[in-house]
Design a binder for this molecule. Sequence first.
Ligand code: GLN
Length: 556
Amino acid sequence: MFNKKTAENPKYVFVVGGVISGVGKGITASSIAKIMQDRGLRATAIKIDPYINVDAGTMNPTEHGEVFVLDDGDETDQDMGNYERFLNIDLTRVNYMTTGRVYQTVINKERNLDYAGKCVQVVPHIPLEVIDRIETAQKKAGADIVVIEVGGTIGEYENILFLEAARMMKLKNPKDVAVVMVSYLPVPSKVGEMKTKPTQHAVRTLNGSGIQPDILVARSNDPLDEKRKEKLSLFCNVPEGRVISAPDVDSIYDIPANFEKEGLSDILCDILFLSCKKNRVESAELWDMFTHRIATAKGELKIAVVGKYFDTGNYVLSDAYISVIEAIRHASYAINQKPVLTWINSVDFEQHPERIKDLAQYDGIIVPGGFGARGIEGIISAIQFARENKIPYFGLCYGMQLAVIEYARHKLGWKDANTREINPDSSRLVIDIMESQKGKLDAHDYGGTMRLGAYDAYLGTGTMARTAYAKDTISERHRHRYEVNPAYIKDIEGAGLVFSGRSPDGELMEIAELPKDVHPFFLGTQFHPEFKSRPLAPHPLFKAFAEAAATRAKRA
Ligand code: GLN
């Protein structure tokens, strides 16, 4: 149902990117929404991905980045996670669109005769569907302001129809639509000077789509000097006061404050004829406290993230696990500790078993979500080492399933315990497929077939999970096909592993943990807690893990 309070005159800010990809459009869009929210406006954000995929679920995270799951189960782009974290709100599938999704709707409408016999054309029908979706998201949130991030880079073929939607909206309501171009200013090493030409060309290309940017966000290593501002203003046709300097930062969470130093929310209020308050809301003060804690954190937590990283290199890892990284940050800074992450390729432990001892130097070990057989035996050895050496261990989804397998193998002596995903012929499939998923897999019908989105779970009394959450019912987001096999629960619990979180019907095991007197922190979740962690609301389990790691860090 739509929110009852609908803004009378909603405003729209399109964020587009120039020159190169990866300039930080997502963080810019999140920060713009955040500074407007801090002025008391109800803000929401939309991500437009130009690819044909209907959702991000079928894309490889090492190529595309993390698949971020929403409460309603939509599998989306990692930027949706940034919006949720910056705005501290829950988004739904109306906040996300892809070319595939837009075309699918238009084609379905055509088949249903919804266009009443008209010729259905790429223009205007595709941009009109895009506009319809933007307005739906606005209504659902009752938003005063909607920030829309157009994926891709100016000049690409793929995003032209989305720019066309922006142009059409601005033509109709010029006072309600602003366009922000996030651009990049390189400093060639031999020249040593910040270059504006690529940005000038990007603006001209955008002009070719009938759009003049209202604001330029100039990304670069260093702040813009006056000369560069003048030049960009003159040649890009943007008033000097609307060229925003956006140098690299240590912490992305400082960017809203940096934008405000440049007066960005005032500029947007001018462009959009908004007369919103100047005084900031409470969440803005809490945000300042959070960024201050990042800048002043005293201790250091050494966290190993163990997974099957191959063909990736370190560059993409941070994209593929962005929510895990952010959740660790939120929790660590909440207790004034700076996390230092080390990515450990589990295949290494398979080839060099003696290296497992190196894990002893870490204050905590995390095994994040994953799929497939590669590197799995190495991960299981790492979990065994963490359990036997009382190193805080936190398993996320696959990390929980593999902890159950490890326990079954080494505490129950079920040597070939496994998950159906890896060895369907195992005599003890302690992790098995859900009945409901079997048919889909047989039919190779993979898109959207997992257990996706938010589900409730009940927490057992006296457990670590219950203490951490300080409540008995939780709701967490899922993305997996396999589950703990109910046939083995009694035996596994008999051997000491406690299933402290269960689905309301008691059928599905949501959290596995060892009692605190056995291990300082050994816990795995079938869900992905990282999707719900926010700077202003660190996740309780990540916090409990960080506390256990901090205790270990203090060891002599
Ligand atoms: N591969 C496992 C499953 O499908 C775990 C998935 C995950 O970690 N997200 O159940």
